[in-house]
Design a protein around this ligand. Structure first.
Ligand code: PEP
Ligand code: MG
Length: 573
């Protein structure tokens, strides 16, 4: 048995065989050829295309039988692309012109097509990008002769092991089969961690390099997402631990059911609103199950990471589903926060040197205005089914906020022009997750109705620490004084402007931090639904006076460890 330690990011314990996920999309061989090799390379291309064609035809027939003509039409489009003589001509031209192998000619073709399609103003043309990716990956799969691993195809219970996992990998995976996750990189606030918690899958991230190479497919793995422990070939002690954890979980669920009916409040009766973060609409069942009073953050971009760009109707349907399930309780839908680690090649967000400092979130939407307004119209239309609010991510200047509000006004007009009913007084808010926004929150407060503090990014940008890089995860301290000052500043500006301030970063889901934040003045905390019962219990054990005194003391301290020690000693956690 071998034990490895990593960062505990999603609670729970499980044992299952390892499934090694290696994304081979980046590994496209590239080598020089001579003119004499061109015909041989073309033959390879024809052969791989033929195999891809057979595969697509089978998929089309299956789709027609299972899902109907409309779904099958996607594959017809793929077949048309494969049969297009221009594709053959372009590959031949590229082989002769560049004298590189056929895999790299196909890769160049893909890049060129993606650039061309994604720069189109027509969303229908933009949507074709995913078709190009699909067809190209299929041909490359046959050329490179590697099986295309898809996380949606997993049929038995496994522990997913990977170097890194992108949110888009996780969105499509077959969740009920993934009993645990272990990755070499990643941190507590990386999106893989957030999704693991949302899907209630025990996860240990950041176990360090080489783990993937040391585990064989099918080897038994024990994952403890609370202690951050991974055991390869676990012995009897670990097997017993897993059994005990399963029993404890049943008891925990029973106790939480009782707590669901109780409102969150401090010992002396100050009401605190505990709302939930969700990524996918089907998480709304958990939101209700764990007794959230609303949705404080719907990360809408996850609807876009499933392989295609949803149009207005589809988005409207998904938002409405969530809003209706919440039965009048508030639902804050954050507009598309794409970019950074949430990569969407279909939309052309590719190839940046510093994606986290690049074309992300509102910056992307202010350029792709049709896509942005499509989403805004979908949200506006869903707003008549309950209490919806719109939130803009990554606002870093007042200009951005004003432009976003301008596009929202246009979207409202467009809805009206098409005869759609909307909530005309829908509230709009912004994420405070870039230091410049916290510093200028007094000015920003004049152009929006609420703030939601995003400590995941606020810490990342304040401390210059990539939230997904385990090498520097130690710098991402829970109570860094600079971050605390920015939080306090935001709360102060919000109070002064009489607008609502809440916090939806992962910090809200930590019991000790929740007390600190309430002591600093927050009355609404948004977190993964799973965390709500524990936070409720902790808040019920302190008075507001105690929390305020603790916060005052904490804010006078200079190091995270001092604050940690203070909270642990005073809170009995
Ligand atoms: C944050 O940055 O704190 C946040 C809540 O947004 P996300 O984690 O989606 O970046
Ligand atoms: Mg963020």
């Amino acid at each position: 048995m071998r034990i490895t330690k990593g960062i505990a990011v999603s609670p729970g314990v499980s044992i299952a065989p390892a499934f090694i996920f290696i994304d081979d999309s980046a590994e496209i061989p590239q080598y020089h050829i001579t003119v004499a090799d061109v015909q041989g390379e073309m033959d390879r291309f024809r052969e791989a295309s033929l195999l891809a064609k057979k595969e697509i035809e089978a998929l089309r027939d299956h789709a027609k039988k299972e899902a109907g003509e409309e779904q099958a039409a996607i594959f017809d489009a793929h077949l048309m692309m494969l049969d297009d003589p221009e594709l053959l001509e372009q590959i031949e031209f590229s082989l002769n012109d560049n004298l590189f192998n056929v895999e790299s000619a196909i890769f160049s073709f893909e890049t060129e097509m993606v650039d061309k399609l994604s720069s189109s103003a027509d969303p229908l043309i933009q949507e074709r990008v995913s078709d190009v990716h699909d067809v190209v990956r299929r041909i490359l799969g046959h050329l490179i002769k590697k099986e295309r691993i898809s996380l949606s195809d997993i049929q038995t219970e496994i522990i997913l092991v990977a170097k890194d996992l992108l949110p888009s990998d996780m969105v499509g995976m077959s969740r009920s089969m993934v009993r645990g996750i272990v990755t070499e990189s990643g941190g507590r606030t990386s999106h893989a961690a957030i999704l693991a918690r949302a899907f209630e899958i025990p996860a240990v991230l950041g176990v360090g390099p080489d783990f993937v190479d040391q585990v064989k497919p099918g080897q038994a793995l024990y994952v403890d997402g609370e202690k951050g422990i991974v055991a390869v070939d676990p012995d009897d002690v670990f097997i017993q631990r897993e059994k005990a954890a399963r029993l404890a979980r049943v008891q925990w669920e029973k106790e939480n059911k009782e707590l669901r009916e109780v409102f969150a409040q401090t010992k002396d009766g100050t009401r605190i609103s505990l709302v939930a973060n969700i990524e996918m609409p089907d998480e709304v069942a958990n939101v209700v199950e764990y007794g959230a009073e609303g949705i404080g953050l719907f990360r809408s971009e996850f609807l876009f990471l499933g392989g295609h760009v949803p149009g207005e109707e589809e988005q409207c349907k998904e938002y409405t589903r969530v809003v209706q399930a919440m039965q009048g309780k508030p639902v804050i839908i954050r507009t598309l926060d794409i970019g950074g680690d949430k990569v969407l090649p279909e939309l052309g967000a590719i190839g940046e040197k510093n994606p986290l400092l690049g074309w992300r979130a509102i910056r992307f939407c202010l350029e792709k205005t049709e896509l942005f307004k499509t989403q805004l119209r979908a949200i506006l239309r869903a707003s008549i089914h309950g209490k919806v609010k719109i939130m803009f991510p990554m606002i870093s200047t007042i200009d951005e906020l004003i432009r976003a509000q301008g596009l929202l006004a246009e979207a409202k007009w467009e809805c009206k022009a098409h005869g759609h009913r909307i909530d005309p007084n829908i509230e709009t808010g912004i994420m405070i997750e870039v230091p410049s926004a916290a510093i200028c929150a007094d000015v920003l407060s004049r152009s929006c109705d609420f703030f939601s503090i995003g400590t995941n990014d606020l810490s990342q940008y304040t401390l210059a620490v990539d939230r997904g890089n385990q090498k520097v995860a130690y710098l991402n301290e829970p109570y860094n004084m600079a971050v605390l000052r920015l939080i306090r500043m935001t709360i102060g500006y919000g109070e002064h402007a009489h607008i609502g301030v809440s916090l939806c970063g992962e910090m809200a889901a930590d019991p000790a931090s929740a007390v600190l934040l309430v002591g600093m003045g927050l009355r609404t905390l948004s977190m993964s639904a799973l965390a709500i019962p524990a936070i409720k219990r902790t808040l019920m054990s302190v008075t507001l006076e105690e929390a305020t005194a603790l916060a005052q003391q904490a804010l006078s301290m200079h190091t995270s460890s001092q604050i940690s020690a203070l909270l642990t000693s005073k809170l009995n956690l």
